[in-house]
Ligand binder design. Structure first.
Ligand code: 6V0
Length: 314
């Protein structure tokens, strides 16, 4: 398929940044990829390593390391820079350090003359997406956090494993904070079109009580992985790549990204995970599901927790 020139820059070439780069290259969704890191040598080494596979790649992608001037004509910049969780740390523990790093980076991106879409993956992602938006001066639709895309794919996977179906045939969302207060929206989760709350009444493979266990498992997935291998990156690599692809292809895909709320779900002036239509301009609109009162209360609690943390760094 012929594509017009599409340039993506990734800031932060650690575990997450390079996993995104690797997924993007393997899915052939861009034709120019620039890696930026405060550790220039690391970015350079990663670019060289990625380029080495190109003869076997989906298509020829120009990969290089560079500085912020490369952002001037980038369609999209993904930010993954920052410190990650150590065993026992929550995402919110990272906020002060990563907010400072985020501001520093966004100022440099904007000074380069960037005028595209910003995608934020650094944690705590909902808070840092707000900081990135505030620092950038971009319209809020053009700043997207990875939000609960990873939690949502984890949820779909858990249900798929239980019922032995393709996770892509499971639909539903985790909403709210990408973190401890997130909300699994069971009232809108379906398997092959069948509501899961109906399915658990009749299918012995999945009981109603197990839904709570699944939601807890999804919430704690990162801790489980970090305890074993110190970091998580493939899942977020594929989740971020899904968002980037939706933007570059103008897909109008509905994804639970961290989007700016202005009275949707009765909340405002916060970025958090909600199903959103993603196209070439970023978040085109937020889908307002008719969630239950209980889900709304949990969502409100999640937003209040975020708001309290945001107030400390805003
Ligand atoms: P890492 O492997 O330590 O990589 C971070 C990179 O950022 C390093 O290469 C640093 O040199 C670089 N960096 C630090 N400061 C700056 C700066 N000022 N300018 C440019 N580059 C800088 O961490 P990892 O890749 O594991 O994690 C990165 C971030 O992603 C962390 O905040 C994680 O918590 C977060 N994650 C987000 C997820 C999500 O769902 N949104 C999932 C997993 C991790």
């Amino acid at each position: 398929m012929m594509k017009t020139s599409r340039k993506v820059a990734i800031v932060g070439t650690g575990f997450v940044g390079t996993s995104i780069a690797y997924a993007m290259i393997n899915q052939g969704i861009t034709n120019e990829l620039v890696l930026i890191d405060v550790n220039h040598e690391k970015a350079e080494g990663e670019a060289l390593d990625l380029l080495d596979g190109m003869a076997w790649g989906e298509e020829n992608i120009a990969v290089k390391s560079g500085d912020y001037t490369e952002c001037a004509d980038a369609n999209l910049v993904v930010i993954t820079a920052g410190i990650n969780q150590k065993p026992g740390q929550t995402r919110l523990d990272l906020v002060k350090t990563n907010a400072t790093i985020m501001r520093e980076i966004v100022v440099q991106i904007m000074n380069a003359g960037f005028d595209g879409i910003l995608v934020i993956a650094s944690n705590p992602v909902d808070i840092l997406t707000y900081i990135a938006w505030q620092t950038s001066g971009l319209p809020n639709n053009r700043v997207i956090g990875t939000g609960t895309t990873l939690d949502t794919t984890r949820l779909r996977k858990e249900i798929a494993l239980k019922l032995q179906v393709d996770p892509r045939s499971v639909h539903g969302y985790v909403m709210g904070e990408h973190g401890d207060s997130e909300v699994a929206v069971w009232s809108h989760t379906t398997v092959g079109g069948k509501p899961i709350l109906e399915l658990v009444e009749s299918d012995s493979r999945l009981t109603k009580g197990e839904l709570t266990i699944i939601a807890e498992k999804v919430k704690n997935a990162a801790y489980e992985i970090i305890d074993r291998k110190k970091a998580t990156y493939y899942g977020i690599g594929m989740s971020t790549t899904r968002i980037v692809k939706a933007v570059l292809n103008n897909e109008q895909a509905v994804l639970p990204v961290s989007a700016y709320l202005s009275n949707q779900y009765s909340q405002k002036d916060i970025f958090t995970g909600v199903p959103s239509v993603v196209d070439e301009n970023g978040v085109r609109e937020i889908i307002e599901l008719a969630i239950t009162d209980e889900e709304q209360e949990s969502f409100n609690r999640s937003v209040s927790e975020l708001q309290a943390v945001l107030d400390t760094v805003k």
